[in-house]
Design a protein around this ligand. Sequence first.
Ligand SMILES: [Zn+2]
Length: 331
Amino acid sequence: MSELRKLSREGVSLPEDPDDFLRDLGGPTAILVPGRDRSRSRAVTTLLHGNEPSGFRAVHAWLRSGAVPAVDALLVIANVEGALTVPPQRCAPGRRDLNRCFLGPWDDADGALARDLLDTLEAARPEALVDLHNNSGHNPAYGVGVDASPEALQVVSFFADRFVLSHLALGALMEALPHPPSATIEVGRAGDPAADAVALSGLERLLDCERLFEPGFEPLVQVLQMPMRAELRGAPRLAVADTARAGFDFTLRADLDHHNFERVEPGALLGWCTEASLPLRLVAEDGADHAADYFALQAGELRAARSFVPIMITTDPAAAAQDCLFYVVEE
Ligand SMILES: [Zn+2]
């Protein structure tokens, strides 16, 4: 079942265990909770990716708290099927990545669900929209999106003090719904209690705040621009380790992951490579490859050729091969 169910708060059972809550939902669900002011609403989407549970855990805990929101709250728990797969998956087997479906086509199960979600969110006319995600790796919480307006940064500020401005057109929810101030929040690593805490505390404050945009508001959020994707060049055998791994073409330094959002200085060691050419491409939003400006290969060591800030570093070789190793941003 992948049709979006629309429930009122009374229509939702709230067992103590969040996983029981998911099993009871059974499929994608939107829950409307009436606020103190019924003339306005705010929307929060969670679990567009089934293996990113912090958002739905926050929704579950918040619903159980019995709090009454300042304005109507529309809470979406999307990819319940992916989350109920064992182990939880970004998308259920045979399905598309839901957060790549929001620019159409609409003619399969995930397209139809994306269309239904968009229609439901548009009908609610929320004054703000937040989409909660987790990522892999040791990242602080940060917002990411196409909108760096003061209103959007104000929404981010409930969860994070950093924002990555990205123009990558992927079919994500935020690209399809540009009208309300909106932000995608990566609250931290899936399964990390700190990430769950960021999601819950942000959700509580976002839903309890009487006025999001008081005259003269000034969100204290650092904006990072122009992400470039560091991707593997070709299909080298990739390892992630503390020293060069025998039998692998490229070994990424394992502790790089602890330096997300920190400035890397020229000469910093990034990994080890047995090939004579750079193992990475660094692709800008216009498709140009800047790897030769940022990385240098000397005596089998991959080093930073100039200062830069890496973010979203993954140390999972499979994820790195499928997607990318990290992004590079400008402050
Ligand atoms: Zn995600």
